[in-house]
Design a protein around this ligand. Structure first.
Ligand code: SAM
Length: 175
């Protein structure tokens, strides 16, 4: 199951921190990369630095036409899951979504209305407003766990540093 995140509607000044957190969460919890609907190079730089330091092969790709990206993804057989509090609640559609390659779309303030039609599923992580970071984390965890993979057990190859889990303090080794 391939998973790529599409971050829609990023505003360069306002969303820098939260979009970086969307990317970090996507990376840490098993997505292969993030498409960023913006020409903000700062996000790409931060995420590339995290990958250089902590390993793995996560990528950020800035895009200019999100609809084309969605169409291309679908043409290659992938499915599109849009996260919105107005959608079908995740536990009620998980069984349909499993085993597909997924483009997971998360918005910033307000998403373009066309995404509701272009998506194969409009999915809520509970039908209450919260955060794209929380929604993405729960989806990545639940879908992969339901497919038999625990995203918290992912092994990241390469990188400059590796954490040795510790009950007290910080243990970090250089590679
Ligand atoms: N009014 C927006 C909406 O349509 O969901 C809320 C904007 S919210 C701050 C930013 C993003 O967080 C949304 O585009 C959506 O991807 C995600 N989000 C927030 N609450 C969610 C929920 N309960 N389920 C799924 N996604 C959610």
């Amino acid at each position: 199951m391939r998973i790529v995140v599409l971050r829609l509607g990023h505003r360069i000044q306002r969303d820098q921190r939260i979009t970086t957190h969307v990317g970090l969460t996507a990376r840490a919890l098993g997505a292969e990369g993030m498409l960023l609907d913006s020409d903000d190079t700062g996000i790409e730089k931060s995420l590339n630095e995290a990958t250089a330091r902590w390993g793995g092969s996560f990528y950020v790709r800035r895009i200019t036409n999100w609809k084309n990206e969605v169409k291309k993804w679908k043409e290659t057989g992938g499915k599109v899951m849009h996260l919105t509090m107005y959608g079908i609640n995740l536990p009620d559609v998980t069984h349909e979504i499993l085993s597909h390659d997924l483009l997971i779309v998360v918005g910033a303030e307000k998403v373009p209305p066309e995404i509701y039609d272009l998506a194969d599923w409009n999915v809520a992580v509970g039908n209450q407003p919260h955060s794209e970071v929380a929604a993405l984390a729960i989806v990545l965890d639940r879908l992969q766990k339901a497919s038999g993979k625990d995203p918290l057990k992912t092994h990241f190859m390469g990188g400059e540093l590796k954490i040795t889990p510790s009950r007290a303090g910080k243990e970090v080794k250089s590679r």
